[in-house]
Design a protein around this ligand. Sequence first.
Ligand SMILES: C[S@@+](CC[C@H](N)C(=O)[O-])C[C@H]1O[C@@H](n2cnc3c(N)ncnc32)[C@H](O)[C@@H]1O
Length: 190
Amino acid sequence: MDFENPDFLFVRVDGRLVPRLFPFFYRRYADTIELQGDESVLDFGAGSGGIAMHLAPRLGDGGLITCVDICPPLLGIAEKRLRRYSNATCLLGRIENLGLEEASFDRIVIHNALHDIPGDERKDTVAELARVLKTGGKLHLREPVKPSHGATPDEIRALMNGIGLSEERASEYKLFPIGPVYDAVFAKKG
Ligand SMILES: C[S@@+](CC[C@H](N)C(=O)[O-])C[C@H]1O[C@@H](n2cnc3c(N)ncnc32)[C@H](O)[C@@H]1O
């Protein structure tokens, strides 16, 4: 899948229709992310904002949400969905090239996006995520783990451990329509 030049049907179905028809799918996951309201949150691989639109209203003064994605039409939809929130920003491009400030995020969310990054690029991408995460910050991840479409939990754990993040809690379960998923929180310790 070429996310930088996606086909019309993908944008229409994954980008527009799914978050509109099944908001609870995103909201239920977003609700598992504990927030006080003043955090700086990075939604990596945010797509059309399905998760971010449920996090933005929970962030008050001092809270910020930044959506990063490489897919222009999906991020364009996210921008529209989030335009009522002055604390939401959308950034298009590879995270490694965005020049984000070191240790600037309290939370990073990766929902159903890591597996879409080619295996040989994942290490550099997550290293950049670890760089921009504050010490004491947390990375929340939910990823498909079907061998045909995803990475195994052990592979993801090894990737995260390699950049200094340790698993705080994790579970594996089946989620319609994705299938088996790995749902974990990693912490960046001092
Ligand atoms: C299956 S979609 C999930 C989108 C969203 N997180 C959700 O749960 O609806 C995967 C997303 O990852 C994005 N993506 C793929 N490679 C990426 C990269 N290198 N950097 C940032 N985003 C990327 C795609 O453009 C796409 O929006």
